[in-house]
Design a protein around this ligand. Structure first.
Ligand code: ZN
Length: 199
């Protein structure tokens, strides 16, 4: 029903298309936005437009960045001999928050899921294999989630890498099954990293 006129309705409709935003939250957000100072609304829309326009994948690790290389890949302090493979940039952020991991990452942007029709070529796996040919990597740490998809992906990657002679390890379980890495506290993440086992 159109109680507020078409402009307000359009705003509510657009907001409700965002993930996790239901009809009620969309309405609440819309009311909040129209009460904000115009300047703040402009800042918000500008931040969204700019981010959408300039954020792309890092040429090396596929993390999100607005440069050719992300800040982690371009840092001289990171150890290029270790690559931690994660499903998405939020998992990378979770490990970065621990402040204890000094290697590089590779972001797959998904996981293999035969049930959902997501195969190896639908995630950034070819990019990882190319990196292993070019870079001097001693260990690949697979830190995909402990869900069925995450485990399937881990097994697939380890089988691909094994013949190259590069060490492949998997973060320890202890990370709850089906748990998204980003929701797990830092201590658990560190324990999982330290207790990783060779595949
Ligand atoms: Zn990068």
């Amino acid at each position: 029903m159109d109680y507020y006129g078409s402009r307000m309705q359009a705003l509510i409709e657009e907001l409700s298309k965002l993930p996790g935003v239901g009809a009620k939250s969309a309405q609440r957000l819309a009311f909040h936005i129209i009460r904000m100072p115009e300047e703040s609304v402009e800042k918000l829309t500008e931040a969204m437009t700019e981010a959408r326009h300039s954020v792309c994948y890092c040429k090396r690790c596929c993390n999100l960045t607005d440069q050719e290389l992300c800040p982690i890949c371009s840092s001289p302090h990171r150890d290029g001999s270790q690559i931690m493979v994660v499903e998405n940039p939020r998992d990378l952020a979770a490990y970065e928050k621990t402040g204890k991991y000094e290697g590089l990452y590779h972001v797959l942007h998904g996981a293999i899921s035969p049930a959902l029709g997501i195969g190896p070529s639908d995630i950034r796996l070819a990019e990882l294999m190319q990196r292993l040919q070019k870079e001097d990597v001693h260990e690949v740490i697979i830190a995909t989630n402990s869900s069925l998809e995450g485990e399937t992906t881990a097994m697939y990657i380890s089988k691909l890498i094994k013949p190259t002679g590069i060490r492949v390890s998997r973060i320890a379980s202890g990370v709850p099954v089906g748990g998204d890495l980003e929701y797990i506290d830092e201590v658990t993440l560190l324990r999982a990293l330290e207790g990783r086992v060779e595949l």
